[in-house]
Design a protein around this ligand. Structure first.
Ligand SMILES: [Zn+2]
Length: 130
Protein backbone atom coordinates (compact mmCIF):
# COMPACT_ATOMS: atom_id res chain seq x y z
CA UNK A 1 0.00 0.00 0.00
CA UNK A 2 2.56 2.59 1.07
CA UNK A 3 6.32 2.64 0.94
CA UNK A 4 6.65 4.19 4.36
CA UNK A 5 5.67 1.01 6.12
CA UNK A 6 9.00 -0.73 5.75
CA UNK A 7 10.78 1.26 8.42
CA UNK A 8 11.49 -1.85 10.43
CA UNK A 9 14.83 -2.64 8.80
CA UNK A 10 16.68 0.66 9.16
CA UNK A 11 15.00 3.39 11.07
CA UNK A 12 16.89 6.62 11.65
CA UNK A 13 14.45 7.46 14.43
CA UNK A 14 16.08 4.76 16.51
CA UNK A 15 19.37 6.66 16.78
CA UNK A 16 18.08 9.00 19.44
CA UNK A 17 16.71 6.24 21.59
CA UNK A 18 19.62 3.90 21.09
CA UNK A 19 21.04 4.57 24.51
CA UNK A 20 17.86 3.65 26.25
CA UNK A 21 17.12 0.06 25.62
CA UNK A 22 13.59 -0.95 24.92
CA UNK A 23 11.79 -1.37 28.16
CA UNK A 24 9.07 -3.88 28.73
CA UNK A 25 6.70 -0.95 28.89
CA UNK A 26 7.44 0.30 25.41
CA UNK A 27 5.93 -1.13 22.27
CA UNK A 28 6.93 -0.55 18.68
CA UNK A 29 4.52 -1.38 15.90
CA UNK A 30 6.40 -3.55 13.42
CA UNK A 31 4.36 -2.21 10.53
CA UNK A 32 3.96 1.55 10.93
CA UNK A 33 6.66 2.17 13.53
CA UNK A 34 4.43 3.93 16.01
CA UNK A 35 5.69 3.73 19.59
CA UNK A 36 3.48 3.30 22.58
CA UNK A 37 4.64 3.62 26.15
CA UNK A 38 2.90 3.14 29.40
CA UNK A 39 3.05 6.28 31.47
CA UNK A 40 5.42 5.95 34.43
CA UNK A 41 3.49 4.58 37.34
CA UNK A 42 0.79 3.24 35.06
CA UNK A 43 2.65 0.31 33.56
CA UNK A 44 0.70 -2.78 32.84
CA UNK A 45 1.74 -6.13 31.68
CA UNK A 46 1.56 -6.73 27.97
CA UNK A 47 0.94 -4.46 25.01
CA UNK A 48 -1.58 -1.59 25.06
CA UNK A 49 -5.26 -2.17 24.37
CA UNK A 50 -5.85 -3.26 20.81
CA UNK A 51 -2.23 -4.16 20.19
CA UNK A 52 -1.11 -7.68 19.52
CA UNK A 53 2.13 -9.52 19.90
CA UNK A 54 3.13 -12.05 17.27
CA UNK A 55 6.35 -13.68 18.33
CA UNK A 56 8.85 -10.83 18.56
CA UNK A 57 6.69 -8.37 16.66
CA UNK A 58 3.96 -6.13 17.97
CA UNK A 59 1.29 -4.44 15.88
CA UNK A 60 -0.92 -1.47 16.69
CA UNK A 61 -4.65 -1.66 16.25
CA UNK A 62 -4.67 0.42 13.07
CA UNK A 63 -2.17 -1.94 11.46
CA UNK A 64 -4.01 -5.01 12.67
CA UNK A 65 -7.11 -3.70 10.93
CA UNK A 66 -5.13 -2.93 7.81
CA UNK A 67 -3.55 -6.38 7.84
CA UNK A 68 -6.96 -8.02 8.24
CA UNK A 69 -8.36 -6.22 5.22
CA UNK A 70 -5.22 -6.71 3.16
CA UNK A 71 -5.24 -10.45 3.67
CA UNK A 72 -8.90 -10.54 2.61
CA UNK A 73 -7.82 -8.76 -0.53
CA UNK A 74 -5.04 -11.27 -1.08
CA UNK A 75 -7.42 -14.18 -0.85
CA UNK A 76 -9.92 -12.69 -3.28
CA UNK A 77 -10.09 -14.75 -6.44
CA UNK A 78 -8.56 -13.26 -9.53
CA UNK A 79 -11.00 -11.15 -11.48
CA UNK A 80 -12.85 -9.99 -8.38
CA UNK A 81 -14.30 -6.56 -9.06
CA UNK A 82 -13.28 -3.53 -7.06
CA UNK A 83 -16.72 -3.40 -5.57
CA UNK A 84 -16.58 -7.02 -4.45
CA UNK A 85 -13.09 -6.51 -3.05
CA UNK A 86 -14.40 -3.59 -1.02
CA UNK A 87 -17.13 -5.87 0.34
CA UNK A 88 -14.57 -8.54 1.20
CA UNK A 89 -12.50 -5.99 3.08
CA UNK A 90 -15.49 -4.78 5.06
CA UNK A 91 -16.41 -8.37 5.82
CA UNK A 92 -12.89 -9.11 7.00
CA UNK A 93 -12.89 -6.03 9.17
CA UNK A 94 -16.21 -6.97 10.79
CA UNK A 95 -14.90 -10.46 11.51
CA UNK A 96 -11.67 -9.06 12.86
CA UNK A 97 -13.55 -6.76 15.23
CA UNK A 98 -15.84 -9.56 16.41
CA UNK A 99 -12.92 -11.88 17.09
CA UNK A 100 -10.97 -9.10 18.79
CA UNK A 101 -13.68 -8.54 21.34
CA UNK A 102 -16.62 -10.92 20.99
CA UNK A 103 -18.55 -9.31 23.83
CA UNK A 104 -18.77 -5.94 22.17
CA UNK A 105 -22.29 -4.95 21.12
CA UNK A 106 -23.09 -5.20 17.40
CA UNK A 107 -23.91 -1.51 17.21
CA UNK A 108 -20.47 -0.57 18.45
CA UNK A 109 -18.74 -2.80 15.93
CA UNK A 110 -20.95 -1.43 13.16
CA UNK A 111 -19.91 2.08 14.12
CA UNK A 112 -16.20 1.23 14.07
CA UNK A 113 -16.40 -0.58 10.74
CA UNK A 114 -18.96 1.88 9.33
CA UNK A 115 -21.35 -0.82 8.28
CA UNK A 116 -24.92 -1.75 9.20
CA UNK A 117 -25.81 -3.61 12.38
CA UNK A 118 -27.41 -6.48 10.39
CA UNK A 119 -24.08 -6.92 8.60
CA UNK A 120 -22.42 -7.47 11.97
CA UNK A 121 -25.16 -9.87 13.05
CA UNK A 122 -24.72 -11.82 9.84
CA UNK A 123 -20.95 -12.00 10.28
CA UNK A 124 -21.40 -13.17 13.87
CA UNK A 125 -23.68 -15.99 12.74
CA UNK A 126 -21.18 -16.96 10.08
CA UNK A 127 -18.36 -17.09 12.64
CA UNK A 128 -20.45 -19.09 15.10
CA UNK A 129 -21.34 -21.66 12.48
CA UNK A 130 -17.70 -22.41 11.64
ZN1 LIG B 1 1.00 0.17 13.34
Amino acid sequence: MSSTAGSGTKSPANKKASRRSRSAHEFHCARCGVISRWMPGHERRGPPAGWTKKGELTYCLACRRALATESADDYAPEGTSREDRAKLRVQALIEFEIKRDPDRPNGEIAKVVRCSVPAVVKARRKLESV
